[in-house]
Design a protein around this ligand. Sequence first.
Ligand code: GAR
Length: 203
Amino acid sequence: MKRLGILISGRGSNFLAIARSIAEGRLQDTDIAIVISNVADAHGLAAAKELGLPTALFSSRGRNRRDHDADVAACLREHNVDLVCLAGYMRLLSPEFISAFHNRILNIHPSLLPAFPGLEAQHQAFDYGCKVAGCTVHFVDEHLDSGVIVLQRAIPILDEDDAHSLAFKILIEEHIAFTEAIARVLSGEYEIEGRRYVRKKPA
Ligand code: GAR
């Protein structure tokens, strides 16, 4: 059984999509070991409790990044987590945290990286006038939204879209993408080659 540690800061719809994928058998031999929030009133935290999942709150307000992340890392280790999933975790991670979980942290970002890193990526793509948008699941490295890409899903931006309809359509793709990316990583069938995440060649 592979054990996921999920980090959230807000709504938690990506976390709930992962939980649904496990419940409905799209992610097999996988458990959510712990859901951690850095925000006390995150909706996702309440939702995790309602589902009866183990939860932890490490409020990051006013805390030094290194100390906060050390607490989160200790909690993830206590729960024997194999893979850390940043599901709307709106806080940069310390270098110590990233190296402690080297190539074991996935993040979901609502743009086709490397376009539009940072905040409000869906709005950035809309305002830029892009004709295609989407989401990216990637490994986390020491730079912002820059690690090796596990997978992306793209959608067209239509004339009738506005920034809100676009964000909603991207979110639907995110919910599919995160499950697929987790399955791909946990399968052990892929490897990192330079910047590319590719299926392992038969020996
Ligand atoms: C999602 O759109 C996710 O891609 C984004 O925050 C939202 C969280 O929603 N993350 C980032 O922008 C990270 N840079 P959720 O709490 O409902 O999953």
